[in-house]
Write a protein that binds this ligand. Structure first.
Ligand code: PGA
Length: 249
């Protein structure tokens, strides 16, 4: 049985004060009880990790970061290493988000190295994959995602089982255009079948979560799909009540 995982991604939003209000609300509400067998997390900007770590300690909400260096340490100005994240109490880290692939030229190879660094420090990498609108409209969505996944398989091999894959169609991110639950399910199934060509055990145990305009009003339908194991939630995670409603969907 794969645990349903719901992760918020604040992106470059927040302030010490608004973060604390958000955490206060979410932690208190979660104490009322959450559906069993689920994991919850929130990926916050680097400067807030320490404060969020202190506030989330002992709660049901795990801490996440939004990126990690592909290197262990050294002369990499501006980078943050996996060991630093581990020290901050981080449990999840997003790698290869489409915003980083597109705006910062991140390539599959360095994304796999980032995932390796994360795994070396007991962090769960959330490896993002997904196609653009053009790629979908020209019938190449599966081919594009397969290539992204294949590159992770070739580096990470069976360590992939300790990662999460987030399928995030780029045209659905921050646009309000959610993929239909069936469309998402079809891609999740395609990814799982691809992984089964490599290793049945990895394919059946790895969590594949969906991201792209997830809200409380579409989460239930998505979570009901057999190959959708949770969600990576951007915009809607900024609103504590909406995030909680998705966590309970
Ligand atoms: P969104 O973002 O929920 O705002 O579409 C998802 C993501 O980028 O992870």
């Amino acid at each position: 049985m794969r645990a349903l995982t719901v992760i918020g991604n604040w992106k470059m939003n927040g302030s010490v004060r608004s973060n604390r209000d958000w955490m206060h609300l979410v932690i208190e509400d979660m104490q009322q009880g959450m559906p069993a067998g689920r994991r919850f997390g929130v990926c916050v900007p680097f400067p807030y990790l320490q404060d969020c770590s202190a506030h989330l300690a002992g709660s049901q909400l795990l801490l996440g970061a939004q990126d990690v260096s592909a290197y262990a340490s050294g002369a990499y100005t501006g980078e943050v290493s996996a060991s630093m994240l581990e020290e901050m109490g981080v449990r999840f880290v997003i790698v290869g988000h489409s915003e980083r692939r597109m705006q910062y030229g991140e390539a599959n190879e360095s994304i796999a190295l980032k995932a390796e660094q994360a795994l070396d420090h007991e962090l769960i990498p959330i490896i993002c994959v997904g196609e653009t609108a053009d790629e979908r409209n020209s019938g190449r969505a599966v081919e594009v995602v397969r290539r992204q996944v294949a590159s992770q398989v070739s580096t990470l091999q069976d360590r992939l089982v300790d990662c999460l894959i987030a399928y995030e169609p780029i045209w659905a991110i921050g646009t309000g255009k959610v993929a239909s639950a069936q469309m998402a399910q079809d891609m999740h199934q395609a990814i799982r079948l691809q992984l089964a060509e490599f290793d049945d055990d990895v394919a059946s145990h790895i969590g594949i979560i969906y991201g792209g305009s997830v809200r409380a009003d579409n989460a239930t339908e998505l979570f009901a799909m057999p190959d959708i194991d949770g969600a990576l939630v951007g915009g809607a995670s900024l609103d504590a009540k909406e995030f909680l409603a998705i966590c309970r969907s």
